[in-house]
Design a binder for this molecule. Structure first.
Ligand code: PLP
Length: 407
């Protein structure tokens, strides 16, 4: 039997002439255009790998206590890798929790004076976890305008409404809390702001959250190991450690010389994160070598608490000496010092000249600086000698571009 096919419908629109397909890869042409725009604005960023035996004095990294290469820390990392393997093998809830993770969490919590801690693969994922898991659509998140990018991204992922509060302004925070229509509120701040190294006004923020039934989330990335008794952090320094309405996040990658992050707070907060935080549940556990190194560094810091005070002392010394030679250095509350540059290109050239002269300094420029002011960023290291500090200041001053000095 012959097959009957349905008649073709009449063509209502003339068929368009087939267009020539764009060249494969043309879809990314716009990336070159934006790269060109960044280059014209002096905002190109490039990677440079450093040799293991780099002879430069490093004021660019975040190794505040100089522990990254301390033999106790590297030995702890190596032992952990030899014992537990190169990776954690799975997410924390499946196979990625080793006895090392549990020990590290216990000791971190005890050191910082909080009920419990939960270790993440980075400070970034710890911040995303805290912001997304501790908020719901009926939460107002009040976030300092100068907060770190990982807190900003946490705010973007969270389901609550975000209010960007002016920098370091507890009155504005209080007003936002008082005027809210949301059932819950979370105030979010860095403890020490990454760019200028100034400290958040934690006692006033804590008073504001308690007056308004809100919670406080403090990113103590730059406070752990530097502020508080023996480096136990900004909450301890402000007498706020262990409060039931307060949560901290930390990174293990700065003063603890390793890699990873943690959330610190009341037991019920930590339990909630274990059961609900997506960057905890769907992420491979922190590598054993990193957990081991962080634990080694933490034990070292507890045995040698003067290391924290020395990092602060080096920062003050850098700031005082740079100011004395007429540069616009920030007054450090912890271990970060910034020096104003006349513009992004001048900042990049200044940092590059310093590097050629054997001194590594950071360079912050838009979009990493919320106020648009480009800067050199120096991180004080507790293991620097007074002679090294004096040398560093001499180099920075000698290479300063026109316009870098105070008016
Ligand atoms: C304030 C602050 N929060 C969070 C992070 C992220 O931590 P991590 O590097 O461990 O992801 C950093 C820096 O790297 C930081 O400076």
């Amino acid at each position: 039997m012959a097959h009957r096919t349905a008649p073709e419908p009449p063509a209502l629109v003339p068929a368009a002439a087939p267009e020539e397909a764009p060249a494969p890869g043309a879809v990314f042409d716009w990336l070159d255009e934006t790269a060109e725009l960044r280059a014209r604005a002096g905002l190109t960023r490039t990677l440079r790998s450093r040799p293991a035996d780099d002879p430069v004095i490093d004021l660019a990294g975040n190794d505040y206590l100089g522990l990254t290469r301390h033999p106790t820390v590297t030995r702890a990392a190596a032992d952990a890798a030899l014992r537990w393997g190169g990776g954690a093998t799975g997410s924390r809830l499946v196979t990625g929790t080793t006895a090392l993770h549990t020990e590290l969490e216990g000791e971190l919590a005890e050191f910082c004076g909080v009920e419990a801690a939960l270790v993440f693969s980075s400070g970034y994922t710890a911040n995303l976890a805290a912001l997304t898991a501790l908020t719901d659509p009926d939460t107002l998140i009040v976030s300092d305008a100068y907060n770190h990018a990982s807190l900003i991204d946490g705010c973007r992922l969270a389901r609550g409404d975000v209010h960007r509060a002016p920098h370091s302004d507890p009155d504005a925070v209080r007003a936002a809390l008082a005027g809210r229509t949301h059932r819950r509120a979370l105030v979010v701040t860095d403890s020490v702001f990454s760019v200028d190294g100034n400290a958040a006004r934690l006692p006033e923020l804590s008073a504001a959250v308690s007056a308004h039934g809100a919670a406080l989330l403090v990113d103590d990335a730059h406070g752990l190991g530097v502020l508080g008794p023996g480096g136990s952090g900004a909450l301890a320094a402000a007498g706020l450690a262990g409060r039931p309405d307060t949560v901290a996040t930390v990174t293990l990658s700065k003063s603890l010389g390793s890699q990873g992050g943690a959330v610190l707070g009341p037991h019920r907060v930590i339990r909630h994160l274990v059961e609900t935080a997506r960057t905890f549940i769907f992420d491979t556990g922190l590598a054993p070598a990193a957990a081991g190194a962080a634990l080694g560094a933490l034990r070292l810091l507890r045995a040698e608490p003067h290391r924290a005070e020395r990092a602060r002392e080096v920062a003050r010394s850098l700031s005082d000496r740079l100011t004395a030679v007429g540069l616009q250095a920030s007054t450090p509350d912890a271990a970060v010092v910034s020096v104003r540059a006349p513009g992004p290109e001048a900042a990049v050239a200044w940092a590059a000249d310093c590097r050629r002269a054997g001194l590594a300094v950071g360079c912050f420029r838009p979009p990493s600086v919320p106020d648009g002011v480009s800067r050199l960023r120096l991180t004080a290291r507790g293991d620097l000698t007074d002679a090294q500090i004096a040398d560093a200041v001499r180099t920075i001053a000698a290479l300063a571009p026109a316009g870098a000095h105070q008016a």
